[in-house]
Design a protein around this ligand. Structure first.
Ligand code: ASP
Ligand code: MG
Length: 413
């Protein structure tokens, strides 16, 4: 008897028919001799609807901002409770012993950060007792309880984190995440119709792909899986394809060095013009942004002429105005000539672990973009990623051009 952890997302339990299909999948594994522990999200768009409902009575409601954050968490988890109890009831109706548990009962202890809580500890005793008694356990996803017994959620999409934490604590061989896509793809299929499903990918590659726009899974869940070395299988709930295994690598198979192309349009660019080139300037500029929790991404400082330089960097589009307002008063202090803002940029990245030991990937990327008539405004790299900032009107072309240039539609693996 092995414990298997499965997670079904909102679309997978979107209506009662789908819920029954999910129940049949879970039951099949149970009948085959496994002990399923299943994490579920709220049905369909329930979470969005609950948030909208809260805003009707209190316009100030924002996830994670007190004092409403605590109440919003109380409200949102009702969605997960509905799914969990309905799935347990469906399984019972099919003749299987099943029990649903809320985050507190399942043993999730969190800090007090409502709306973005961290798991401090997972005490799996209750789950293990139910499993020993021969029951299928269904856990309401995305929350736990604080020291005071209050309900705290892990942030939007947090049921993935519930599942990975369960798999780690219960020693499951793999954490199965069932969703509405067939796995992790080489690019966004809405942009690249012949994007291909990857059979496997490393945690690092997945994190880079996800933070640059491939939102298949919650990033925190992948980070957690990497720490506890829990392999994750992402697969379609209703399809029969084998899905993508996210693992600690290295890969045994011969694989292409570029694994995927990601893009992100939630990007804006700020340029400080004519900044004096002397020690402390960058610190003076970036400290106040950091203090306001604005994360700065790609940063480029030009070589200076006459001791003046331009400093360009990107922020999330939604934070552009705030960043501008913070920087304006500093312009005089640092002696800069001006500040330019541009919200019409986007990021496109190629990602792959194998690139770090192989030359020529950057030049191939730049050549492909040039041949596509796409101007590169900024470039940044990590060990396993090369990112270009381009005009946002050209970003989908850029994705297609790169997908083609690196042969991603045809390379296997
Ligand atoms: N229902 C929550 C959300 O929509 C949690 C989840 O789906 O993982 O964000
Ligand atoms: Mg959801």
């Amino acid at each position: 008897m092995a414990i298997i952890v499965q997670k079904y997302g909102g679309t997978s339990v979107g209506d009662l028919d789908k819920l029954r299909q999910v129940a049949r999948r879970v039951a099949a594994r149970f009948e085959a001799g496994d002990s399923p522990v299943v994490a579920v999200s709220a049905m369909g768009k329930t979470t969005d609807e609950l948030i909208a409902l809260a805003r009707q009575v209190n316009a100030d409601v924002t996830i994670g901002i007190p004092p409403a954050a605590r109440e919003l968490d109380m409200l949102m988890v009702t969605g997960e409770h509905v799914s969990a109890s309905l799935l347990a009831l469906t399984l019972q109706a099919m003749g299987h012993p099943a029990v649903s548990l809320g985050g507190h009962q399942a043993g999730f202890r969190t800090d007090q950060a409502f709306g973005k809580a961290r798991i401090l500890n997972l005490e799996p005793e209750r789950i293990l007792r139910e499993v020993r008694e021969g029951k299928i356990v269904v856990v309401a996803g995305f929350h736990g309880s604080t020291e005071d017994g209050d309900t705290a959620t892990f942030g939007r999409g947090g049921s993935d984190t519930t599942a990975v934490a369960l798999a780690a604590a219960l020693g499951a061989r793999v954490c199965e995440i069932y969703t509405d896509v067939e796995g992790v793809l080489t690019a966004d299929p809405r942009v690249v119709p012949d994007a291909r499903k990857l059979d496997e990918i490393s945690y690092d590659e997945m994190l880079e792909l996800a933070s640059y726009g491939a939102r298949v899974m919650h990033n925190r869940a992948v980070e957690l899986a990497a720490i506890y070395r829990v392999p994750i299988l992402v697969a379609s709930t209703f399809g029969e394809t084998p899905g993508t295994l996210i693992h600690g690598g290295p890969s045994v198979e011969q694989r292409s060095k570029v694994r995927g192309v990601a893009y992100d349009i939630d990007v804006a660019k700020l340029t400080l013009l004519g900044v004096p080139d002397r020690p402390g300037i960058a610190a003076t500029i970036f400290e106040p942004l950091g203090e306001s929790n604005i994360s700065v991404d790609t940063i480029v400082q030009n070589v200076s002429h006459d001791n003046l330089t331009d400093l360009t960097f990107t922020v999330a589009r939604g934070e552009l105005e705030q960043a501008r307002a913070i920087l304006e008063p500093f312009l005089k202090d640092v002696g800069a000539r001006g500040l330019e803002a541009d919200a019409s940029v986007a990021k496109v990245s190629i990602v792959g672990t194998g690139m770090q030991n192989a030359p020529g990937y950057a030049s191939r990327m730049f050549r492909a973009l040039a041949d596509g008539g796409i101007n590169i405004q900024m470039i940044s790299t990590s060990e396993i990623r090369i990112t270009c900032i381009v005009d946002d009107g050209q970003v989908t072309d850029a994705v297609r051009v790169l997908h083609e240039a690196f042969g991603l539609a045809t390379i296997s693996g």
